[in-house]
Design a protein around this ligand. Sequence first.
Ligand SMILES: Nc1ncnc2c1ncn2[C@@H]1O[C@H](COP(=O)(O)OP(=O)(O)OP(=O)(O)O)[C@@H](O)[C@H]1O
Ligand SMILES: [Mg+2]
Length: 370
Amino acid sequence: VGDDRPIVEPLAPLELAPAAIAIQRGPELRWELANREYRRLLGGVALVGQTLAEVLPDWSQLRRIVEQVAATGETFVARGQRFLIDPEGNHDLRDAWFDVLCQPLRDEAGQVIGVFSFAVDVSTQVETHGRLEKAVAEARRAIEARDDFLSVASHELKTPLTALRLQVQSLLRSLRRPTDEQPPREQLEKRLEAIDRQVDRLVELIEALLDVSRLSNEHFVANVEELDLAVLAQVIADRQHPGATPVSSPLTVEAPEPVRGHWDRSRVDQIITNLVSNAVKYGGGKPIVLSVVAGNDGAQVTVADQGIGIAASDHGRIFERFERAVPRTHYSGLGLGLWISRRIAEALGGRLTVESELGHGARFTLWLPA
Ligand SMILES: Nc1ncnc2c1ncn2[C@@H]1O[C@H](COP(=O)(O)OP(=O)(O)OP(=O)(O)O)[C@@H](O)[C@H]1O
Ligand SMILES: [Mg+2]
């Protein structure tokens, strides 16, 4: 190595080696050997005879490493080192990962007189590994979400079912008593109404569960018809006060004018109903306002309550599947209503947003295009 003549003979077979190999020498780190793979990574230009600074810009990672090895005399070894390479030779740089060895070459006196580089492209492995890790993490998340979902869903379904069973059994017992001991007709009717409400709740839950798979599968067909949102809002509000239930929240509709357009009635109904039922559930019994206004390019439906509110940090999360911002011991629910509602709103070309502060009520706005 002390001699200045170019090394050719014993190194010639390295030309075709499946690794990038180079030798640079002298204070300017002039290439003395650069095999095919090495040249390919630098854009396929001829390198032998050129200096490091002539070929590589000073931000180049490879240049920095080589200069550092020459300056310090310390070997550089790295696995999965990232470089920008120019494989097509058109300055269209792309990321690549290498296992690298960069070693000083010394003369007999121990002075560094050059640098030997050896690098193996491990991009495919690094990329495959990255993709695998991502896929594993996603699968793990999906499994966790499904497990959570199954336990929440079965719990949610079981509660109304258990109540339902008790009610039906007690009704049967009453009916099996002798005629003169049977409860009066109005009482039976009340109990049947309670049963009917439980059945409604169950149907709603099952619908929500079915919506998860329907909406996840991207198959969404809107059934557009002519519709007055002001009328629909009133219908939904009236539905909240079925004869027997105690009125938990006074709900007012503010829709002074008809808001006509073409929308999917049952889907819009579903969104507003979800928002209203949330306002009732989380509204602390205080007044709720459901308002409908027409705009130039669409309609806006707002449901505002004065209940527990939602912390700003939860505003994004509550629209995700199964995400809730309240303890399940206090409020029952699957955490699906808002996810379903937003998916539908977007599928209809609209938007669903929230404004709220913890402790200061919540205001959900549904915007639908004209
Ligand atoms: N009006 C509101 N006031 C306060 N918090 C709300 C309101 N609406 C929604 N939230 C919060 O957002 C979360 C998600 O609401 P979402 O309707 O998706 O689920 P849920 O009501 O918990 O269950 P369900 O699937 O039965 O509707 C709720 O758990 C609650 O923390
Ligand atoms: Mg809800």
